[in-house]
Write a protein that binds this ligand. Structure first.
Ligand code: PAF
Length: 282
C-alpha cells in the first residue's frame, strides 16, 4: 500500500489507474480503524479494482466542546491494518492541504432539512462539516464508488442527498453495522469507555432491539415507546441525547400508515457519545 499526503501526487497515481481502466473504490475515515472500517475496505475491494482509504480528522465537523483534540490518532497501526486488508492507497492530507484558505472563509456544503434534526440538533454544523469534507474528498479522489458505514445512518443520508443534488458521479454504498458479540456497534469512540462503561454500553443496542420487538408485536404508541426506552437507558447509566422512531425516507416522525421505519438513537456514557440504529419493516 502506498501512503500519499498531497493532492497532486494522489491525482497522478489515480489518473494512471483510471487510464489503465481501473474502477476506483473509496473509503473515507478519520482513522483509529476497527473491524467496521476494515469491512468497508473489503466491500470496496469486492466492488472496485483499486481501493483508496483516507484518514483525515476533520475539524469542521466537531463542535467547540467536542473531542477534536482527544480524537485518537493512530496512523502507524492504521497503515498496518489497511495494508493487511489489501487497501491500495492511503490518502492522508494535512490540514493545509484540505483547507488551504482556512476553515472559515471557504466554500461549505449545506444539505438543509435532514442535517438539522436528530444528531444535527445535538451537534449543530456537524453535517455541514461532514458534507464539506466528503465533497472535497470526492473531488480529490474522484472515485467510482464510495463506501460508508450504516452506523452513521443520518450521515449516509446526508451524503447520498449531497451526491444526488450536486450530480456527483459517485455511487454511494452503505455497509451493515459491525458489532461486537454483545451487540455494541463498533466505533472509534468506544475507546473512551472505562471497563465499567464497556459493560453497560451494549444496553443501547439491547434497548433498541426491545423497542423494535414491541413495534413488531403491534405497538404504535411511538412517543411512549421512546420515553420508556430513554428511562431504561438512564436507569442503566446513560445520559439522554435522543431516541427517535422515524420514517426511513426523511427521518421525520411516522404516521400510523408508515411501514418503512428506522430507529435512531444517541446517548452519552461517560466521555463517549454512542450512536446506533435499526431498520424496522412493519
Ligand atoms: O464517518 C466518518 O468517519 C467521517 O464523518 C467522514 C465520513 C470520514 C468524514 O470526515
Amino acid at each position: 500500500m502506498q501512503t500519499i499526503h498531497s493532492i497532486a501526487e494522489l491525482r497522478a497515481a489515480l489518473n494512471a489507474e483510471r487510464k489503465a481502466g481501473k474502477r476506483i473504490g473509496f473509503v473515507p475515515t478519520m482513522g483509529n480503524l476497527h473491524t467496521g472500517h476494515i469491512q468497508l475496505i473489503h466491500q470496496s475491494n469486492a466492488t472496485a479494482d483499486i481501493t483508496v482509504a483516507s484518514i483525515f480528522v476533520n475539524p469542521l465537523q466537531f463542535g467547540e466542546n467536542e473531542d477534536l483534540d482527544a480524537y485518537p490518532r493512530t496512523m502507524a497501526s492504521d497503515q498496518d491494518k489497511l495494508a493487511a486488508a489489501d487497501c491500495d492507497y492511503l490518502f492522508a492530507p494535512n490540514i493545509e492541504e484540505m483547507y488551504p484558505n482556512g476553515q472559515v472563509i471557504q466554500t461549505q456544503v449545506e444539505v438543509p432539512g435532514i442535517s438539522d434534526i436528530h444528531c444535527g440538533t445535538t451537534r449543530p454544523g456537524h453535517f455541514r462539516g461532514v458534507a464539506t469534507v466528503v465533497c472535497k474528498l470526492f473531488g480529490m479522489v474522484q472515485p467510482d464508488v464510495a463506501i460508508f458505514g450504516e452506523k452513521d445512518f443520518q450521515q449516509l443520508m446526508v451524503i447520498r442527498r449531497m451526491t444526488e443534488d450536486l450530480f456527483l458521479p459517485v455511487e454511494v454504498q452503505g455497509s451493515p453495522i459491525a458489532r461486537a458479540e454483545n451487540g455494541l456497534a463498533l466505533s472509534s469512540r468506544n475507546g473512551y469507555l472505562s471497563a465499567e462503561e464497556l459493560a453497560i454500553a451494549p444496553t443501547l443496542n439491547s434497548t433498541i432491539r426491545e423497542t423494535v420487538k414491541q413495534i413488531t408485536a403491534g405497538r404504535r404508541d411511538y412517543a411512549q415507546l421512546q420515553e420508556e426506552a430513554q428511562d431504561a437507558l438512564e436507569a442503566a447509566g446513560f445520559q439522554r441525547d435522543y431516541y427517535s422512531i422515524c420514517r426511513r425516507h426523511d427521518l421525520q416522525p411516522p404516521t400510523s400508515t408508515d411501514s418503512e421505519l428506522v430507529l435512531l438513537a444517541a446517548a452519552y456514557l461517560g466521555k463517549a457519545r454512542l450512536i446506533d440504529n435499526m431498520i424496522i419493516d412493519i
